[in-house]
Design a protein around this ligand. Structure first.
Ligand code: NAD
Length: 260
């Protein structure tokens, strides 16, 4: 149980982040949600989570591409529920294109959100974890943090960067009770992946179902998506006492993708 612990999950209005927020709420943590969405959607999610935890559930819509908004987010957490004990760096975006035609602004956005935001949130929350002598930083990287695919230069660079950042901060915190790990999902069926399936179907003139099958069989030997719930359960495990000595790792949940 994570009673009285405060978990900040970035990008938790959708997909994997929401799945992690749900599983941490079931452990009774205070939950700070973040991400984009309509006020109605955010109200619905907040209400759902409040039914799962006896802790607080709050939302802050910081755009994590902006340092000043990240500072506001962390100050909001500290003011409302105290310093962050569990930091889940999850918010991320994707863009698929050959490098010659990769839009420069997409490169900058992906590096800013998928990599730099993890640095900023870590820098701003670590002192609080050290003060309390307990903390968990879990960076949602990707199988693309371990191996590459063509036409995803920014994403692969950012996710390899996240794995490197994870190792570096794990060494800086090794003697404390703060652990720092990366989780490396393969395909998980979320809006981020649905968009890629639609793009594949359009480009190849095939059905959504065929494109889904092609996407899985190209990379994921299990031919089965991992789920946000499973990733949430892995985060719960990483927050447990059993995981006290797991730090600096990059843990795949990828149906065998990176075993090939
Ligand atoms: P998603 O599109 O469902 O969710 C992304 C979340 O990030 C949303 O809540 C969105 O509002 C938020 N977000 C986007 N831009 C933001 C910004 N500027 N500031 C704050 N929040 C922002 O995506 P997902 O598939 O759940 O992906 C979550 C993470 O998991 C990403 O880092 C992604 O790279 C990683 N990942 C996903 C898969 C997969 O197959 N879906 C695989 C490996 C890794």
């Amino acid at each position: 149980m994570l009673n009285k612990k405060t978990a900040l999950i970035t990008g938790s209005t959708s997909g994997i982040g929401l799945g992690i927020a749900i599983q941490l709420a079931k452990q009774n943590a205070n939950i700070i949600l973040n991400g984009f969405g309509s006020p109605d959607e955010i109200e619905k999610i907040t209400k759902e989570l409040k039914d799962l935890t006896s802790g607080k559930v709050l939302f802050h819509g910081a755009n994590l591409m902006k340092r000043n908004e990240i500072e506001e987010l962390i100050s909001f957490c500290e003011k409302e529920v105290g310093s962050v004990d569990i930091l889940i760096n999850n918010a991320g975006i994707q863009y698929v294109s050959p490098v010659e035609t990769f839009p420069v602004e997409k490169w900058d956005q992906i590096i800013s959100l998928n990599l730099s935001a993890c640095f900023h949130t870590t820098q701003l929350t670590l002192a609080g974890m050290r003060r309390k002598n307990w903390g968990r930083i879990i960076n949602i990287a990707s199988a693309h943090g371990l191996v590459a695919s063509a036409e995803k230069s920014a994403y692969v660079a950012a996710k390899h960067g996240v794995v490197g950042l994870t190792k570096s901060i794990a060494l800086e915190t090794a003697k404390s009770s703060v652990t720092v790990n990366a989780v490396c999902p393969g395909w998980v069926l979320t809006p981020l992946v649905e968009q890629q399936i639609k793009q594949k179907a359009e480009q190849k003139g095939i059905t959504y179902e065929q494109a889904t099958h092609d996407l899985l069989s190209e990379k994921q030997p299990s031919l089965t998506f991992a789920t946000p719930e499973q990733l949430g359960d892995l985060c719960v495990f990483l927050c447990s006492k059993a995981a006290d000595q797991i730090t600096g790792t990059a843990l795949p949940m990828d149906g065998g993708w990176t075993a090939q």
